[in-house]
Design a protein around this ligand. Structure first.
Ligand SMILES: Cc1cc2nc3c(=O)[nH]c(=O)nc-3n(C[C@H](O)[C@H](O)[C@H](O)COP(=O)(O)OP(=O)(O)OC[C@H]3O[C@@H](n4cnc5c(N)ncnc54)[C@H](O)[C@@H]3O)c2cc1C
Length: 363
């Protein structure tokens, strides 16, 4: 089919807000580079916004061969209509084979609108991406049937093949400041007068909690916490470490924590520098959302809990003794200063390494 033969290039939409790129775009550039190389095609970054040329430059350091930059005032703040129109125009002009977008609120909104206009297939919320090189097909895998199955979805006839991908599924690649690439500036065919939705005022979110996908340190609690009031001890530990609190589905289903705090297959996928699993058994659906964390610390009174199989540091003991003891020890070591992940690992080694597993609680 002509549509398939004509289409070339793997595109990554680089989400940005107010000139600040979202790291999921760079995660997608990392995986996108591997897939583009396998398909022997160009990796193209798409940057839409106003005064965002620096992001186009940055995209090259993250692996783009080419960047399409649409820098226009009408794109200054995200609105579905101008962003969807600008991206659709680019796609219609250049015919990419594959378009990847982060599965953020913005990305989900944009991708659905663009795919509908282009009448092409979109696989939303993927957790695995691959390609079938001989057929030039994107293999987009995502949980289906409420997480009971993993489905690999193909878009065989229409182009581009589109997918949104969860943040933190892929590793953040190392930028190479010496990389060379081309930036091609394009202009939208429309102006502000054609856009129906107007931005009246921008009110930034006031929530103090760090979003799970942005956190370097996550302290998650499960059914072992025993009740919502006990999450206070996790909040205290997270506060000392400059982290945030997550939860297993059991804790969320019990109404102890809000749904947006759930880690796992049907919750958020996280990849923090340090993940504390407290009173969490380590069910496969929980592991699916956190096992690529750099360092995993498990606290559980059952020495046979499956979580210990993926943990770098295991503390067998009663969480109601272990957690306050760790908080106290870290507070003594770091005071009011938030430790780096490396410092924290060093302190953990000192806390757990010199003793038998489980004995840390006594300190
Ligand atoms: C389709 C599907 C999707 C799912 N998606 C998710 C998901 O996204 N995320 C998710 O988390 N789960 C998910 N689940 C649920 C998952 O299978 C488990 O049921 C859930 O993760 C269990 O949560 P938990 O580990 O907190 O509870 P439990 O399995 O009950 O474990 C509690 C643990 O706490 C320990 N404990 C108890 N008291 C103490 C104490 N005082 N001190 C120390 N340790 C203690 C126990 O030894 C036990 O290991 C899903 C299930 C299905 C079927």
């Amino acid at each position: 089919m002509a549509e398939q033969e004509e289409a070339r290039g793997l595109w990554v939409f680089v989400e940005q807000r107010r000139g600040k790129p979202n790291r999921v775009a760079w995660e997608l550039m990392g995986r996108g580079r591997q897939l583009a190389d396998a398909l022997q095609t160009q990796l193209v970054a798409v940057v839409l916004g106003h005064q965002v040329r620096h992001i186009a430059q940055e995209a090259i350091t993250y692996g783009a061969d080419l960047v399409y930059l649409v820098d226009a005032e009408v794109l200054a703040e995200y609105r579905t209509e101008p962003y969807a129109r600008a991206l659709t125009e680019l796609i219609e002009r250049h015919h990419p084979e594959i378009v990847l977008i982060g599965a953020t609120n913005l990305g989900r909104d944009l991708a659905g609108s663009v795919a509908t206009t282009l009448k092409t297939g979109l696989t939303a919320d993927c957790t695995v991406l691959d390609v079938d090189v001989s057929q030039r097909l994107l293999l987009a895998t995502r949980p289906a049937f409420n997480g009971k199955q993993m489905a690999t979805i193909l878009c065989k006839t229409r182009r581009p093949q589109m997918a949104t991908v969860r943040p933190r599924v892929f590793e953040l690649p190392k930028p190479d400041p010496a990389r060379q690439g081309d930036i091609v500036e394009e202009a939208p065919s429309f102006g502000e007068e054609e856009i129906k939705a107007k931005l009246v005022e921008f009110i930034p979110a006031t929530g103090t909690r760090i979003r799970l996908e942005d956190a370097d340190i996550i302290v998650s609690g499960g059914r072992g916490m025993g009740g919502p009031e006990n999450f206070r001890i996790l909040e205290e530990l997270a506060e000392v470490l400059g982290g945030t609190v997550g939860a297993s589905r059991a804790a969320v289903d019990a109404g102890w924590m809000p749904r947006e705090r759930q880690v796992g297959q049907t919750g958020t996928t996280v990849r923090p520098k340090i993940y504390f699993a407290v009173g969490i058994s380590g069910a496969i659906q929980h592991l699916a959302g956190m096992q690529t964390s750099d360092v995993i610390v498990a606290i559980n009174r059952d020495p046979n809990a499956p979580i210990f199989k993926v943990a770098d540091y295991g503390i067998v003991g009663d969480l109601f003794e272990v957690v306050p003891a760790l908080t106290k020890a870290f507070r003594q070591i770091f005071g009011n200063r938030k430790p780096t992940a490396a410092e924290l690992v060093g302190a953990l080694k000192a806390q757990t390494g010199a003793q038998d597993r489980g004995a840390a609680a006594g300190e």
